[in-house]
Design a binder for this molecule. Structure first.
Ligand SMILES: [Zn+2]
Length: 316
């Protein structure tokens, strides 16, 4: 009785949402609509905290643009969306255009965001990729593999802007060209944006990088690649889980390495942590089933909290 009393207006509102709008019901399951209302209420009370509801909305708005493969009009629209939202909270966003050495006819564009006036290199990068897999008929929405990492970084930008002394020590990067044009990432195909950033920053690399990829799926299991992770970053990861009380059954360690955007930085000596969901045995990965139905507030919110805890530890 005591538990449900305060939530009855929210339950009624959630029911109305699902009854009044068939379109909204398709896009957002009733449980997610309810969770959204709960998150918004929490956000109103604690605006300094990471808001799962805001991250979810960023994710949904990016997906509303449709598939966003590198070089597509939808990719350019998401660049504009991310730029305007980060700029609104005080970040300086710099588009970095380039052509990969092996694909000189293609133009790609990373987004790099810093806080404050200084042009000196920041100590830590938080990154994600924003291109989605496939093209034409085969293009996928990439709600998890593309939008989820960006959504978390966009909400982190708002939260960090309220802590300017911390924000000034961090750079946010949205990579283009993570996805390969062939079936799988190889030494020549994929990771174009991260390879470019390492190459253009020679001698000015940060000490740390935290990369987010596929971090919004309901019930996800994160699998940090052991072979790509320095001892200090692994300790920080395990400490963050301990502090937050998160289960090591869902925030796990993968015993091998992983070809993802952290790898070019790790190879250049940066201490990296790649937060990526276990995906190899999934049925949704790189298919049209990677849509908003698999994204959960809880999952986005947990990822945001882990990153903020890592920042507290690493940059304390
Ligand atoms: Zn992918």
């Amino acid at each position: 009785m005591n538990f449900w009393g305060p939530w009855l207006p929210l339950l009624a509102a959630a029911a109305c949402c699902s009854l009044l709008s068939c379109k909204r019901k398709e896009a957002t399951a009733p449980a997610e609509a309810f969770q959204s209302l709960v998150s918004e209420k929490q956000e109103a009370r604690h605006p300094e905290d990471f808001s799962a509801a805001r991250a979810y909305r960023h994710c949904a708005d990016l997906c509303a643009l449709g598939p966003r493969p590198s070089g597509s009009p939808a990719y350019q629209k998401q660049v504009e969306m991310i730029t305007s939202r980060l700029t609104a909270s005080g970040w300086r966003v710099q588009p970095i255009s380039f052509s990969p050495p092996t694909l000189s006819h293609r133009r790609m564009q990373n987004l790099c965001a810093t806080f404050g006036e200084s042009d000196s290199p920041r100590e830590l990068i938080i990154s994600c990729h924003i291109d989605t897999k496939g093209s034409g008929e085969d293009a996928i929405l990439g709600a998890d593999d593309g939008a989820s990492g960006a959504a978390v970084v966009m909400e982190l930008a708002r939260v960090l802007a309220r802590r300017p002394n911390l924000a000034r020590r961090i750079e946010l990067i949205f990579f283009d060209g993570e996805e390969s044009f062939g079936a799988h990432i190889t030494s020549q195909d994929g990771l174009f944006g991260s390879r470019h950033e390492v190459q253009r920053r020679a001698g000015r690399l940060p000490r740390y990088l935290i990369n987010l990829d596929m971090v919004g799926g309901a019930g996800k299991t994160i699998a940090v690649p052991l072979l790509d992770t320095t001892e200090d970053m692994m300790e920080q990861y395990l400490r963050a889980l301990h502090v937050l009380g998160f289960s090591e059954n869902r925030w796990t360690i993968f015993p091998g390495g992983m070809l993802d955007d952290h790898r070019p930085f790790a190879e250049a000596g940066v201490h990296t942590l790649n937060l990526i969901a276990s995906f190899r045995r999934s049925t949704w990965w790189h298919t049209k089933a990677d849509n908003m139905e698999r994204i959960s507030h809880e999952s986005l919110g947990e990822t945001g909290r882990v990153v903020l805890q890592l920042l507290r530890q690493i940059l304390s």
